[in-house]
Design a protein around this ligand. Sequence first.
Ligand code: NDP
Length: 244
Amino acid sequence: MSNVKGKVVVITGASSGIGEATARLLAEQGAHVVMGARRVDRLETLASSILSEGGSVEYHTLDVTQLEEMQTIVELALSRYGRLDVIVNNAGVMPLSPLEALKVDEWNRMIDVNIRGVLHGIAVGLPVMKEQGYGQFINIASIGAYAVTPTAAVYCATKYAVRAISEGLRQEVGADIRVTLVSPGVTESELAESISDDEARELMKDYRRISIPAAAIAQSILYAINQPAEVDVNEIVVRPTASM
Ligand code: NDP
């Protein structure tokens, strides 16, 4: 018995990688998927592909750093389907560098997208879910939320923050709203393409050789949604088997 069929799921950062794989899988399983990202041309192509497979999908341009844009996409879900079952706060960036490179703009971008973006999803989604009396947040952190690695201090800090926020949210929201933290290890996606620092790029090249497909992370998101309402999967860590 699928608990995903008919659910309305907003996914941020759905234009590539884990967000795209999750949109495809959940639509295949009968969810109404509402996708957001800045590259709306990518969303359009993905939506056509999902529709051609018989899936149900809407999309809207979304910059998660802008609270009103998060509001717009949740309103799209509500006006189209009349409910909001799940927000997958997935959008993220990872321009890694050693702290001494002082890439302050990149630090700020990670803080804005990875932390503020998740908080904006909560700020818009929580009142709706409280009013409905049900809902689920799925926040995408990282194995970087559990241990800091070279060149990744700020990125890991943002993911530790996502983990802390998720646990705090879980404790506060009580019986009706589920909170799930999904922490991927190295996964095939476009995430490493924004690394501008040579040292970090070289380290990452090696590290990414054992990447697992984005669909593997989508499966863990599906698993968490698929549980009965009284079962809240709090944390899932998914790594390549070959990880240290
Ligand atoms: P991708 O770079 O392939 O996807 C990132 C997505 O985030 C894109 O769709 C991008 O869309 C979107 N995004 C970036 N900035 C914004 C913004 N301001 N507003 C809205 N959307 C935005 O990487 P992944 O799929 O790997 O990343 C997804 C999540 O998984 C991230 O949170 C990442 O930190 C996490 N993660 C990934 C790992 C990996 O190895 N791949 C490991 C651990 C965690 P657009 O540019 O069109 O806006």
